[in-house]
Design a protein around this ligand. Structure first.
Ligand SMILES: [Zn+2]
Length: 303
């Protein structure tokens, strides 16, 4: 007999073995927690409310060929080797059960998700330039023409495999007006606030929050100097009231690249950026694409 069974070992030996084992488990555990999982492109939080984003996990190993929400194409993302539908929900959506059509080589199937209710606050704004609240007749012609251009930019679709779903803040400033507010201009009801306002001094740089392509720039009646960036698969961002526009339509921009500066063009009460995020042609809460620290006032726990 050359080897002693473990149980026969002296007590101190058993104790140190136990300590070493526990330490190893602890060290391995710490390492596992800190090792980033490969290809874990971050997803927005699941926030299925009017003006929110539903992140719906799909039961499929292959990338679906196409996903439709009603008639609109939906963004498809991969996270930790699972496929997800990332669906923009319009502010006008009523709470309840909604469905997606998921098309693949095996056929077409329906996937359901629930939209929960969310109440938005009301805001009353006084605009000194009355023409910006009740436009003149010739202004209306311009507004109608511009609306077509704006709508077509916001519903732009381009096929792109990896769409950036975590943005940088486009401008250092104060959040001056939240997304979704029910608005009254000079006591008259208008559409709810479709973006996030960030106030900063005139001339402050505005940066692209993620890689994308400039699909339109212009000077619009309400929005002032405006830029639209296409990030792929129906994710489009919009920058309004700018002082200067520093990019050209058709060019690619990198995350963090300066695209213009803060201004007060169009319908404004002071210098700020109106930042809009469009997903499957509906305007959604921009904070959902920002790092978690900016989402503290959104009640994500309910969903
Ligand atoms: Zn705004």
């Amino acid at each position: 007999m050359t080897k002693k069974p473990l149980l026969m070992a002296p007590r101190w030996h058993v104790k140190s073995l136990l300590i070493i084992s526990l330490l190893s488990i602890f060290v391995i555990g710490v390492l596992l927690i800190n090792i980033p999982v490969a290809h874990a492109s971050p997803l927005p939080p699941n926030y299925p409310v009017p003006g929110g984003i539903a992140v719906v996990k799909l039961d499929s190993k292959q990338r679906p060929a196409q996903i439709l929400y009603g008639k609109r194409k939906v963004l498809v993302a991969n996270h930790n080797n699972n496929w997800y539908a990332v669906v923009g929900i319009s502010l006008a959506t009523k709470a309840g059960k909604k469905s997606l059509t998921v098309k693949s080589s095996a056929g077409s199937k329906t996937v359901y998700f629930d939209v929960h209710d969310k109440k938005y606050k009301t805001q009353y704004i006084t605009i000194k330039d009355k023409r910006k609240v009740n436009p003149y007749k010739n202004d209306l012609d311009r507004i109608i023409k511009e609306k077509k251009v704006i709508v077509s930019a916001l519903r732009h679709w381009s096929d792109k495999e990896n769409v950036p779903l975590q943005f940088k803040l486009p401008v250092a400033g104060r959040f001056s007006s939240p997304f979704g507010l029910k608005r009254f201009f000079n006591q008259q009801a208008r559409k709810p606030h479709s973006g996030l306002d960030i106030a900063a001094a005139e001339g402050t740089p505005i940066l692209a929050p993620a890689d994308g392509k400039i699909i339109n720039t212009g000077d619009y009646f309400f929005n002032g100097n405006t830029i639209f960036i296409d990030h792929g698969q129906g994710l489009v961002t919009m920058y309004c009231h700018m002082n200067s526009i520093e990019v050209k339509t058709g060019t690619q921009v990198k995350s963090g690249q300066q695209i213009g500066t803060i201004g007060m063009t169009g319908r404004v009460t002071g210098p700020h950026l109106h930042w809009g995020v469009s997903l499957n042609n509906v305007r959604v809460e921009p904070k959902l694409l920002l790092p978690k620290q900016y989402q503290q006032d959104l009640d994500l726990s309910l969903h």
